[in-house]
Every structure is written in structure tokens, then in C-alpha cells.
Design a protein around this ligand. Structure first.
Ligand SMILES: Cc1cc2nc3c(=O)[nH]c(=O)nc-3n(C[C@H](O)[C@H](O)[C@H](O)COP(=O)(O)OP(=O)(O)OC[C@H]3O[C@@H](n4cnc5c(N)ncnc54)[C@H](O)[C@@H]3O)c2cc1C
Ligand code: SF4
Length: 502
């Protein structure tokens, strides 16, 4: 998004990307084309995760042109009006505060929805924020199992509505339209009907003069006189280390990659919020609840991640289990994983249960907003370096009691919907990935705890801007990518305003 806006303003842009292009075509439909089995889940830059105080595992990192959007589910929500104000219980002592409000972001949401051609209809969404333009596309017709979930939710007096999706349903005859296949979330689209960043933004920008270096790892930013002067990169094809000079640097390496680069370059030394760089990591508290049905709920194996339920987004008044909580989160449809994925991802005990459920199951994803806690953070371990010389990124994370309470409440309510739709047995899978990570180099008004100013410029360095999920001060309880995109457009307007002056 930043490259798009800066090129519109006449800038020459070089994009550095550590991964390569993702292969499309029929192979993308194979079970083993799910993200974790592909080169786009890079194992040459590994992160260590310490969850609940225990070293748990090493994880890979996302690396491809377009980033994880190529493999994402395409759910493209705007934050709610209240998400920009924040809930006092969620914020607690963190000092998290958005530097702007929903009306400031609205035009950028509209623009991001247009650029990504989002399909949706929020007329039944009880939490929908006001919009200045309709969705660019209407949603696809509902699959039979979706209609069943809708009927069940309505019988419980809930208000299911269409999930906003970055999927091409055929308004543009020059592209293949979605064929509602069963491999979408965690897979690249074989026919490029998913409106990911590689398809919708990077390819068209290349035709307009964007210079892209793929398979090139950004390793270090060099500062002098309160400006970043050089970026050192490692080109994987030649093995050569190279430096790049520029007037402006925009970091958009994701909520793990961006603080990794800042800490590896010791740029926090120049920040009045030096101790906050890497902190306040959020990732949502997500769980998928799968309901088992006596007969196969989706015998056509048709795409059915189509609706959401937001009746509990702002709590569940008078319900005893969440008394006093004014924010819980959202519930969305989710498809069961393929048997192949089940076999590789789970322990044998879980596998036995889930494998038998897969064909007889459909699910609901619960997304609870998580608290921005200072202890949830990334740091670097200089004693361990990867083959590019980057110190190892260490992720420390623990959910708070509030995070857990909100998720437990949502899971309970999701089960009620599935039960009403006919499910008689349940399996709940806690999501442990960092796919929704945000917040590690947050924007805010307080210079002491927010490394980025109101315009997402790095405090202490005049020409360094951050436009990825790192900048978000609160996670809200909707999928982050559209807000990241809209905020990047907002920030880019500020960058353009400084061009030639800085
Ligand atoms: C399987 C999956 C499903 C998802 N589904 C959804 C969804 O339905 N809706 C939604 O809103 N969100 C979804 N997400 C999350 C969404 O993809 C992310 O929130 C979003 O892509 C984050 O954007 P970003 O700009 O912060 O960074 P990213 O998209 O992570 O982009 C960072 C880029 O920087 C590159 N990079 C990082 N470090 C370096 C380096 N040192 N040198 C060079 N390049 C580097 C990476 O390769 C990547 O291309 C999903 C994520 C996953 C993994
Ligand atoms: S559901 Fe549609 S957009 Fe998603 S992978 Fe299949 S064809 Fe592509």
C-alpha cells in the first residue's frame, strides 16, 4: 500500500522481499501446498517461542512476495468505531491508544476495499461502522451448510451476516472467478481469484515501474544524524551482501519481522521509547470449534467460510459468565482442515478424534481481542545467529486471564450455534500461530511508550516509517489485514506530505 501511494506521488520505489513468488496452478490445490509445507514458510529464519514462561518451540517465518496474504483467508474487516477508542479493561495499564479515530480512517478503508475489491454486505452486522461507499462486490451465494448455520443462529435470535472477503467473484471478466474450492485459507489460490497483495498490488505496480528484489533479506539499517542512511541486504541468489541508500525507508516486515530488524540494527537506541520496542505483542486469542454431524454437512466440499456473528462483540449483557465484560469478540465460519493437515499438525490422540470428524464437521472460529501486555514481547538473542547474521528473534507470550475468559465465553456460544445446527460432538482447537500478530512497534501519542508517532514515523529517526501490523496499538477482535492496509494508506499520505522537505 505504501509503495502504491508513494509511486502515485512520483517516488521511485525499491521493494526488498526475503521470499520468492508463490507458484500457482493446479499444484496449489494439493494438500501439501498448505502454507506450512511450502518454501513460503521459511525455515532459514527461525523464531523461538517462549509461551507461559516455558521454551516451547521454534517456528518458521512467512516469506514470499505478497507475504502471508497469499495464503490468507481473505477476511477483510474494518475495525469497529469503538475499537479505535479501546475498551478500558482491555487496555488496562498498557497505555495503548490509537492516534486517530474511525472517521479519520474511513476514507482509507474505502480505498483499501476498492484496491482489494472486497465482497461483502454488512447490512445485518450489528456492529458495522458507517461507510461512505458500498462494498465493491456483492457476496457469493451461500453454500447449503452456511444456510444451515444461518438458520441455527437466527433461531437463537442472533444476526449472522456476510463475511467481507478479498475474493474475486467475477465482476471483472479479465480474471478467473472463484470456483468455491475447499482449499482457500492457508493455501495460495491456484487460479488467482483470491485478492491477495501479490495479485492485486505488487504485480500491477511492477508494470508501472516498481523495482522488486525477491529472495533478498534485509539485515541491517544504518543510522547517522537521526536519519537512516543505508539498508544492508543479503541476496540469496548470489550470496552477496549489498547496501542500498535512499531518502526514505518504510519498514513493513510484519509484527515479528519489523521489530527483528529494528532490534538487530539497534535502532531502539535512538528512540525515547527504547524499552517499548518489541513489546505489547498481540495475536488475538483464537480457537476453532468444530462440530461433528451425523451426516456430512458439506458433501459438495464447497467453500463455506461465509458468515460471521457479532452479537457478542461488545459482550453479552446479563450473561453470568461474562458479567461486566464489555468486549468479547467475533465468531466466524471456518472450514475443517484437510485430513492431511490433521495428520501432520496434531498429536496421535488428537488425530484419532479429529480425523474421524473432518468429513462430518464444520466449524466456527472464535476471535477474542487480547490485551496489549508489556511482558508479551519480542527480543533478540545475540548468542544465536542465522545464516544471514541476524540474531535470533525470541517471542515471549502469555495470555492474560481476561484473554482466556473472553475466548472461553465465545467458544461456549459458538458451540450453542453448532448444536442448534445439528452438531452432537465438538472439538476445540486453540490457534497457536502468530498469524494475527500486531503491536510490537506501536503508534501512539505518548513518546515514552510508543516508538511511533501519530503518523507512524519512528520517533528519533526522521526518515523511517512503519506501515505493517507492528504499528497497531490494539488488536480489536477482527482480522487485522484491512486495518493494516488502510493505516498504511493513511501513513503514506503523511509520508508524501514530507517528501522533498525531510
Ligand atoms: C494462514 C493465514 C491466514 C490469514 N487469514 C487472514 C484473514 O483471513 N484476514 C486477515 O485480515 N488476516 C489474515 N491473516 C493475517 C494477515 O495475513 C496478516 O495480518 C497481514 O498479512 C500482516 O500484514 P503486514 O503488512 O503486517 O506484514 P506481512 O503481510 O507479514 O508482510 C511482511 C513481508 O515482509 C517480508 N519480510 C519480513 N522480514 C523481512 C526481511 N528481513 N527482509 C526482507 N523481507 C522481509 C515478509 O516475507 C513479508 O512478505 C492470515 C495469516 C495467515 C498466516
Ligand atoms: S475458494 Fe476461491 S479464492 Fe479461495 S482458493 Fe478457492 S478458488 Fe481461490
Amino acid at each position: 500500500m505504501a509503495a502504491y501511494r508513494l509511486m502515485q506521488a512520483g517516488a521511485r520505489v525499491l521493494m526488498i522481499e526475503r521470499g520468492g513468488w508463490v507458484e500457482r496452478g493446479p499444484n496449489a490445490w494439493r494438500d501439501d501446498s498448505s502454507l506450512a509445507f511450502t518454501p513460503s514458510y521459511a525455515r532459514d529464519i527461525r523464531y523461538s517461542v517462549i509461551a507461559d514462561g516455558r521454551a516451547v518451540e521454534d517456528i518458521g517465518s512467512y516469506a514470499c512476495v505478497g507475504g502471508p496474504s497469499v495464503f490468507y483467508g481473505g477476511t477483510s474487516f474494518r475495525y469497529r468505531v469503538e475499537d479505535f477508542i479501546g475498551d478500558a479493561d482491555v487496555i488496562a495499564a498498557s497505555g495503548a491508544a490509537w492516534p486517530c479515530r474511525y472517521p479519520d480512517m474511513e476514507p482509507y478503508y474505502t480505498e483499501a476495499e476498492a484496491l482489494l475489491s472486497i465482497a461483502g454486505d454488512d447490512s445485518c452486522d450489528p456492529t458495522a461502522p458507517p461507510r461512505s461507499a458500498p462494498f465493491p462486490q456483492s457476496p457469493a451465494p451461500l453454500a447449503p451448510i452456511t444456510k444451515r448455520i444461518v438458520a441455527a443462529a437466527q433461531a437463537l435470535k442472533l444476526s449472522p451476516f456476510s463475511l467481507p472477503l478479498a475474493i474475486h467473484y467475477g465482476a471483472d471478466a479479465a480474471r478467473a472467478a472463484c470456483v468455491t474450492c475447499s482449499t482457500c485459507d492457508t493455501y495460495a489460490c491456484a487460479i488467482e481469484a483470491k485478492n491477495d497483495i501479490a495479485t492485486m498490488m505488487i504485480r500491477p505496480l511492477l508494470a508501472r515501474g516498481l523495482v522488486l528484489w525477491t529472495d533478498t533479506v534485509a539485515v541491517r539499517l544504518e543510522e547517522s544524524g537521526q536519519r537512516v542512511r543505508k539498508l544492508y541486504v543479503h541476496r540469496k541468489d548470489t550470496g552477496v551482501m549489498q547496501s542500498v541508500e535512499a531518502d526514505l525507508f518504510v519498514l513493513a516486515a510484519g509484527a515479528l519481522g519489523t521489530p527483528h530488524l529494528i532490534l538487530s540494527s539497534k535502532l531502539q537506541e535512538h528512540s525515547p521509547a527504547r524499552d517499548s520496542v518489541g513489546r505489547y505483542l498481540m495475536r488475538h486469542n483464537n480457537a476453532m470449534v468444530f462440530g461433528g454431524f451425523a451426516s456430512k454437512p458439506n458433501p459438495e466440499r464447497r467453500f463455506h467460510k461465509q458468515i460471521a456473528i457479532h452479537d457478542y462483540y461488545f459482550g453479552d449483557r446479563d450473561a453470568r459468565d461474562v458479567m461486566g465484560m464489555r468486549k468479547l469478540g467475533g465468531i466466524q465460519q471456518v472450514m475443517p482442515p484437510s485430513a492431511h493437515l490433521v495428520m501432520t499438525q496434531l498429536s496421535w490422540k488428537q488425530e484419532m478424534v479429529v480425523r474421524s470428524l473432518v468429513e462430518h464437521a464444520t466449524g466456527l472460529l472464535c476471535i477474542a481481542e487480547d490485551q496489549p501486555q508489556s511482558e508479551n514481547r519480542v527480543s533478540v538473542d545475540w548468542s544465536s545467529r542465522d545464516s544471514y547474521g541476524l540474531p535470533r528473534l525470541v517471542i515471549h507470550h502469555r495470555y492474560s486471564a481476561r484473554d482466556q475468559q473472553a475466548l472461553t465465553a465465545l467458544v461456549r456460544r459458538a458451540k450453542r450455534v453448532l448444536r442448534k445446527a445439528g452438531a452432537w460432538v465438538f472439538y476445540t482447537h486453540q490457534v497457536s500461530t502468530f498469524s494475527h500478530a500486531v503491536g510490537t512497534v506501536r503508534a501512539g501519542v505518548d513518546p515514552a511508550t510508543s516508538p511511533l508517532d501519530e503518523d507512524c514515523r519512528f520517533r528519533g529517526l526522521h526518515n523511517l516509517w512503519i506501515t505493517c501490523g507492528s504499528a497497531l496499538p490494539l488488536s480489536a477482535a477482527v482480522n487485522p489485514s484491512l486495518t493494516i492496509a488502510a493505516n498504511a494508506l493513511r501513513v503514506s499520505d503523511r509520508i508524501v506530505a514530507t517528501m522533498g522537505k525531510a
